[in-house]
Design a binder for this molecule. Structure first.
Ligand SMILES: C[S@@+](CC[C@H](N)C(=O)[O-])C[C@H]1O[C@@H](n2cnc3c(N)ncnc32)[C@H](O)[C@@H]1O
Length: 253
């Protein structure tokens, strides 16, 4: 078990990019380019399933976010879809955070349209400008996979959560059924990058080549659960959604 956990640090590795800082810079630049069309691409490429995955995440956290004095932070909030769904529930104060400025502008614009009060701050999820033990709930939807070092990301989440606080990671995963995985691989490796390039234009085409590669490299659901447990989280468990394309991991500090 120790050998497995102490393998070289795992994290996002875009093709040809070395070093954690360089990875973070590459990822941020990629999302800069994607931001204006991110929502459209998300909904088209997932056949609107992304809405369902976020809705199930909010439902799963309904008890934790109901308290009026609870502080919830949606990390890697992007254009703010999960943050706004969390904020729609009456209760906690929901903040959004991301390190890509254009994404935060989109999130701010959408929050204004929805008349939602969701303070935003620009920060790297691996180095949050937050006091230790200051947060009740941390969520990350489709952002965690992009971190340059997953263990550092988990340790940072653990640090800022209050004892008893909850971390929820919604992320792409590896479908366990081999036959389904073949169909899914065909879609994600052959079809998705083409649609992505068509809709996003040349500037953001890299993003839709990176997406399937990063999903294939990302730890499967069991391994992510193990990484969470080794970072100190307790009661770690996960729910697979849509044949395991996506998994929601929950852990408690
Ligand atoms: C695929 S988008 C997901 C956005 C949103 N959570 C959603 O569900 O649609 C990933 C987001 O994670 C952000 N991100 C990636 N790595 C990050 C990091 N190290 N720190 C902060 N944000 C990061 C990107 O800027 C991008 O906005």
């Amino acid at each position: 078990m120790n050998e497995v956990i102490h393998s070289p640090s795992e994290g996002s590795r875009p093709h040809g990019v070395e070093g954690e800082q360089q990875v973070a810079r590459w990822v941020r630049r990629m999302f800069d380019g994607v931001a204006p069309r991110y929502d459209l691409l998300n909904h088209v490429l997932s056949g609107n399933m992304d809405r369902l995955w976020r809705a199930r995440t909010v439902k799963r956290l309904s008890r934790e976010i109901a308290a009026l004095d609870a502080v919830v932070i949606d990390l890697c909030c992007g254009s703010g879809d999960l943050m706004l769904s969390l904020a729609k529930r009456r209760g906690a104060t929901v903040f959004g955070s991301d390190f890509c400025h254009p994404m935060l502008i989109e999130a701010s614009r959408k929050a204004a349209t929805h008349k939602a009060v969701t303070p935003l701050f620009e920060a790297d999820a691996m180095n949050l400008p937050l006091a230790s033990s200051s947060t009740d709930v941390l969520t990350v939807a489709f952002g965690f996979r992009n971190l340059a070092n997953y263990e550092k990301g988990l340790r940072e989440m653990y640090r800022v959560l209050k004892p008893g606080g909850t971390a929820a990671i919604l992320e792409f995963s590896t479908p366990p059924n081999r036959a389904f995985r073949r169909v899914y691989d065909f879609y994600s490796l052959r079809v998705l990058p083409r649609i992505g390039a068509m809709l996003s234009g040349r500037g953001a085409a890299d993003a839709y080549r990176y997406l399937p590669e990063s999903v294939r490299r990302f730890p499967d659901a069991d391994r992510l659960a193990l990484l969470m447990s080794h970072s100190g989280f307790q009661n770690v468990h996960f729910d697979r959604m849509t044949f395991g394309i996506v998994a929601l991991h929950i852990g408690v500090k």
